[in-house]
Design a protein around this ligand. Sequence first.
Ligand code: SAM
Length: 248
Amino acid sequence: MHIVLTPLTLAPFSYAKLTFNEHNEPTNLDFNDVYFSDAGGFEETKHVFIAGNNLKERFSTNDYKDFVILETGFGTGSNLITLMNFTQSLAKKPKHISFLSFELMPLSKDDFFKAHKFTPFNKEAQKVINAYTVASLKSGLNIIPIDKNFTLYLIIGDIVTTIKAIDSKLSDKVDAVFLDGFAPKQNEAMWSVEVFKALHDLLTPEASLATFSVARMVREHLQACNFTLQKRPGFGRKREMLVAYPIF
Ligand SMILES: C[S@@+](CC[C@H](N)C(=O)[O-])C[C@H]1O[C@@H](n2cnc3c(N)ncnc32)[C@H](O)[C@@H]1O
């Protein structure tokens, strides 16, 4: 993907404080929330983000050279790892996937490794862990090659500032969005009108967005930014999830 950011002055970042809760799930101490659930977190990614964005159908009916996915909240990279594993089984897929993700407080290399002690997709997890641990992470844009089919574009800093720095006229547009902040009440910035407005400017007309949250605030903010919403059955104990499409 071609991506152009306007010059930004960002403060040096702090690493996340990682712990494991009573269910052994990797948890962020500042937000007091889990990165992903060990009870089906990978299945949840497939249900909410991969199926929510109809990736299998879209990949099988289009010849994508470079498919761009934008994720809010890189965390442990588990969505990326699950996506890589999912594409293995497909007869037809994009030549390349650019995974553009935002992160306020990245995990340290040691913690990134620890967060994957129970990850089932060894081959893909190892590739992402290796790429993450050799990268010299800095505030702003980090381009991290994973393999010939995947590149991670990791933007470190507060998404409220960094997403607005992407020049939507000079950058390649985004085909699908994984909205994956911490719970909206604890992480309001990630679900703000400011972020959704900038996000809308980055999308192709065919783009879709999926998220686990159907919180009223999330729905209202998406609608205020010209998205049309669709509720779908949620994963596990969550009754509903949300899919959205930009209106132009
Ligand atoms: C639910 S976790 C994401 C899980 C992740 N997708 C994974 O696969 O592990 C939410 C992430 O959003 C990040 N985050 C929270 N507020 C942010 C902000 N204002 N800007 C950028 N990232 C933020 C957190 O640090 C955390 O890594």
